[in-house]
Design a protein around this ligand. Structure first.
Ligand code: AHG
Ligand code: MN
Ligand code: MN
Length: 335
């Protein structure tokens, strides 16, 4: 029986093209895939298993944690700490770097993740996701410090996300294009269903949380006003709008049918230059978007070029279809 290409098979075949590959990375990715399958199961059980709702705790960024934020963070840790591939892990849900317990060997990679993206949606059965990024540890076999993680997004070895939607998907890049896999729950494997994903260069669909409108900078104000003006405005065409409030779902839509997503710089809280986190959200998604032919920028600079200054640093994000993002970047230059 022909089952199609499994994710494991795909990764091993990719590894054969990398001179000197030891299989370490392939094995790490397999563990990440296992964690994603376990999370898919936990999320899918919904209200049946008492994991809905919030905790009393807040994460380091002052956000109230959902029960599933903590459960999924734990799943990521347990599935990835033991195998000897990692020198440390960092997550949106942990204040500091997670050190690999002494009973396990240390490896040459760093794993960075947002275990549950869009968690405000998890109680109401709307798509959520997991975002991850793999970096090389500056020194293999040494416990990683926070500084070791502060590498620009261009240094990512791999970036991916899992989308727990009407089906569970895993979308992945190792710097050679973007491929999408769908979980066959009966078989328990991800199968290649979306090879060579490319973002259409043009779009008539934008995504932004318009409730922040009064806080936006003039270039974003101008762009959205012109979209809303439709055929009567300077763009001369009607636009459509979407906002899921799960970045993973948003980026996935854009990868499939184009679009532009913005969580731009705003003046709502001057201590935060954006909402999304550089290490856990913006960098991995930017690598995927660029590998699929799109653009990802703060409005002023390419996200992947930012030299991080802190693990939990936030950045403005404008990403998606090339020609449309270029319009917004042009307005930033004009301003
Ligand atoms: P998280 O659930 O990991 O905290 O991330 C939520 C993020 C992102 O996924 C989404 O695009 C955005 O926050 C939604 O923000 P609003 O609540 O302002 O709509
Ligand atoms: Mn998130
Ligand atoms: Mn999260």
């Amino acid at each position: 029986m022909h089952t199609g290409t499994t994710l494991t098979q795909f990764i091993i075949e990719e590894q054969r093209h990398v001179a000197g590959a030891t299989g370490d990375f392939t094995s790490l990715l397999n563990d990440v895939v296992t964690s994603v399958k376990v999370i898919a199961n936990a999320v899918n059980k919904g209200a049946l298993v008492g994991t809905m709702g919030a905790l009393d705790s807040q994460n380091v960024q002052g956000e109230t944690q959902k029960k599933l934020d903590v459960i999924t963070n734990d799943i990521m840790i347990r599935a990835n700490e033991w195998a000897g591939h990692l020198a440390g892990m960092a997550s949106e849900e942990m204040d500091d770097v997670y050190p690999i317990p002494q009973k396990y060997p240390l490896g040459k990679y760093l794993l960075v993740f947002d275990p549950l993206d869009g968690s405000s949606n998890v109680d109401i059965n709307i798509s959520v996701g997991t975002i991850f990024s793999i970096l090389r540890a500056p020194v293999a076999g040494r416990a990683a410090s926070a500084e070791d993680f502060l590498q620009p997004g261009t240094k990512q070895v791999c970036a991916g996300y899992a989308l727990y939607g009407s089906s569970t998907m895993l979308v992945l890049t190792t710097g050679h294009g973007v491929n999408g896999f769908t979980l066959d729950r009966d078989v328990g494997e991800f199968l290649l269903t979306h090879p060579g994903m490319k973002i259409p260069v043009d779009t008539r669909e934008f995504a932004i949380n318009a409730s922040n409108r009064r806080f936006w900078e003039p270039p974003v104000q101008r762009y959205v006003e012109e979209c809303l003006a439709g055929t009567e405005g300077p763009r001369g065409r009607d636009f459509n709008m979407r906002w899921v409030a799960s970045m993973v779902a948003e980026v996935h839509r854009i990868l499939n049918r184009g679009g532009i997503f913005m969580y731009p710089r705003d003046t709502k809280d001057p201590s935060k230059p954006g909402k999304l986190r550089l290490m856990y959200e913006a960098n991995p998604m930017s690598m995927i978007v660029e590998q699929a032919g799109g653009i990802s920028s703060t409005g002023y600079e390419r996200i992947l070029d930012i030299a991080p200054t802190g693990l939990h640093q936030r950045v403005p994000v404008i990403l998606g279809s090339k020609n449309e993002v270029e319009v917004v970047l042009g307005y930033h230059k004009d301003a």
